[in-house]
Design a protein around this ligand. Structure first.
Ligand SMILES: *Cc1c(COP(=O)(O)O)cnc(C)c1O
Length: 394
């Protein structure tokens, strides 16, 4: 019997060389194993850590009322949905959540997807065809880029927040077009110029798609998100995608829009049709979380006060790279190794912050992505600032 050299198989050679490269470039990704709820403090490998890395902005992922709602949901519906929505997976909990989100966002109808990633693929691949043009902000979330690729449409990316560049791309492409943007950008925390983008869409007869994963629950009237914060009427946003896994502390996503658009997605969106429905108990939990978003504005107020404190603290240290005092504030350091080093130094000091590196962010823009939750205290933010003062001096 002959033995094969380890890299003789072409696929194996590809795998091994990609892994070696990832490691050499300081881009290796790894996971921490956590054994309790996702609060501001966790224990990892026996060490108590203060975390600034979660998207659970309002602290709802471990809120007692959300937990209880999930238990109730399990008691009523069991755990798994058992099949796709269009088979027998759709329950009264799913229907109630869709209605509630649609009403909250001021749209006619909403449709639950199993995640934001699936929703974005599902929207873009169902609506766009080969030969269409889809115009997107350069810093849009990966799922929006992947949705465009899957659709076969031509993807035109404009410079971050550059409305003139966006308008130029759109004007060069007649036909059915989508202009797609994050509401709040996931790695920078800044906001899209939604008024201006909506105006471009109006004059050029294109549809506006807003992915509000990070705005929903956090900004706008009662937490309605980026579109509300920008003063847009719901009829100026043809497709409004919100996720349930960030400020709502649950899982899943909802796409809101006009009745016929939503029906079109039910009929044609493969990412909706060919997958198991969301666990019904999650829908029950998300309804409870949405009620807390509405009933407890003090959570948003606390979050915004902490964001102000972090931003002005970073400014006085000369470290502010975020343009806004938002729940997400990047500390851009540039080099990936430098970001890794800073993240490990903070880890040694008991602070968990993610070093975000390419390809998640552009080359040369590696950063610490600092995020806050309403459950942080002012003292914890000050503690982070004092450690950054000590370690982030390059
Ligand atoms: C997190 C995120 C998504 C994906 O949502 P999931 O529910 O986590 O799959 C989509 N868009 C943006 C901007 C996000 O930040």
């Amino acid at each position: 019997m002959t033995t094969t050299p380890v890299d003789a198989n072409p696929m194996l050679a590809r795998v091994n060389s990609a892994l070696a490269r990832r490691n050499q470039e300081g881009l290796w990704r790894s996971r921490n194993i956590r054994e309790q709820a996702a609060g501001p403090e966790v224990t990892i490998q026996g060490r108590r850590l203060l975390c600034f890395d979660s998207n659970d902005y309002l602290g709802l992922a471990s809120h007692s009322m959300v937990r209880e709602a999930m238990h109730r949901g399990i008691d009523q519906y069991g755990v798994g949905a058992g099949s796709a929505d269009l088979i027998r997976g759709h329950t009264s909990a799913h229907a109630r959540l869709e209605e509630r989100v649609a009403q909250f966002l001021g749209h006619e109808r909403a449709l639950l997807f199993s995640s934001g990633y699936q929703a974005n693929l599902g929207i873009l691949s169902a609506l766009l065809q080969r030969g269409d043009v889809v115009v997107q902000d350069r810093l849009n979330h990966a799922s929006l880029i992947d949705g465009a690729r899957l659709s076969g449409a031509r993807l035109r990316r404009y410079r971050h927040l550059d409305i003139n560049h966006a308008a130029r791309h759109l004007s060069k492409a007649p036909g059915a077009r989508l202009l797609v943007t994050d509401g709040v950008f996931s790695m920078d925390g800044d906001r899209a110029p939604l008024q201006e983008l909506a105006a471009i869409c109006r004059t050029q007869d294109a549809w506006l798609v807003v992915d509000d994963a990070h705005g929903f629950g956090v900004i706008g009237d009662q937490g309605r998100g980026s579109c509300s914060a920008a003063g847009l009427h719901s009829n100026e946003v043809q497709i409004h995608m919100v996720t349930l896994g960030k400020a709502l502390g649950c899982y899943g996503a909802c796409v809101a829009g006009e009745r016929d658009l939503i029906e079109y997605l039910v009929q044609f969106s493969r990412n909706y049709i060919y997958t198991t429905a969301l666990p019904p108990a999650l829908a029950v939990a998300a309804i409870a979380a949405l009620e807390i978003v509405i009933d407890e504005p003090q959570r948003r107020e606390r979050l915004h006060a902490l964001a102000q404190r972090l931003h002005s603290g970073l400014e006085s240290l000369g470290l502010a790279t975020a343009s806004e005092a938002a729940a997400i504030q990047p500390l851009v350091v540039g080099d990936s190794e430098k970001a890794n080093r800073l993240s490990s130094q903070l880890y040694e000091e008991g602070i968990l912050v993610a070093a975000v590196r390419p390809p998640t962010v552009p080359q040369g823009e590696a950063r610490l992505r600092l995020t806050l939750t309403a459950d942080h205290t002012a003292a914890q933010v000050d503690h982070l600032l004092s450690l950054l003062d000590h370690h982030a001096r390059f």
